[in-house]
Structure formats: C-alpha cells, structure tokens
Ligand binder design. Sequence first.
Ligand code: MN
Length: 130
Amino acid sequence: MSRRILLIEDNEQNRYLLTFLLEQNGDCVRLAEDGLRGVEMARAETPDLILLDIQLPRMDGYAVAAALRQTEALRKVPIVAVTSYAMAGDREKALAAGCDGYIEKPINPDTFVAEIAQFTQPGRAIREMP
Ligand code: MN
C-alpha cells in the first residue's frame, strides 16, 4: 500500500529530490513549504509519515514536532527530522521535541528510502512522549 508522506521543507531543491525519490518508491507525497502550513496539513490529513526540516520559515521544526505531539490524532505518526544541522545536541533536541528519528542532509539518494522504511514498519515501537 502506498504511504502518504507529508514533507515539510522550505528548500525547493530538497523538496524536488525527496519527492522524486519517494514517488519513485510508490509513495504519495504532500508538500508544506513552512512550519505553520506543515502543522495545518498534518492535522487535516493525518499522514503515515512526516519528514520534517528543522530550519523553516514561520515555525521551526522543533516547534512543529512539539505541536504535532500535542495533537491526539498525530501522537503516533512517525516524524523524522531531515536537517543539515550537524552540531552536537541537535539530534537530541529533535528527539526531545518529539521526532522519532533524524537523517542528516545532504541525504544519500541511494539509501534514503531504505533509511526511512524502518519508521513505517508495522509493529514498530512507538515512542511515548511525556
Ligand atoms: Mn530549511
């Protein structure tokens, strides 16, 4: 079954590349270009997976993840941060905000689809947020 994936990313080239890879994999991709729009779309559509940039206009990825985790219907939707932040502590910050995982940019086009597959496996462990 094709996954419904919400990609929240303000960079057009990144949107293009990830959409290309995911659609080639049979996924259905929806796009949000800023954080606030991403929250609205996630709440309206309850996607199977959310790919979340961190540096975003209007609302950064940490705030987006925290807002989504406050939304009952979205508490179990996997959120994977996809970000060029490479400083120590950013991974922990993304996880603390409610993300399930973290992939660094530049993404590897040969392995990206495989890297995110674990987050939509049936029976995967759900992180319980406090
Ligand atoms: Mn960005």
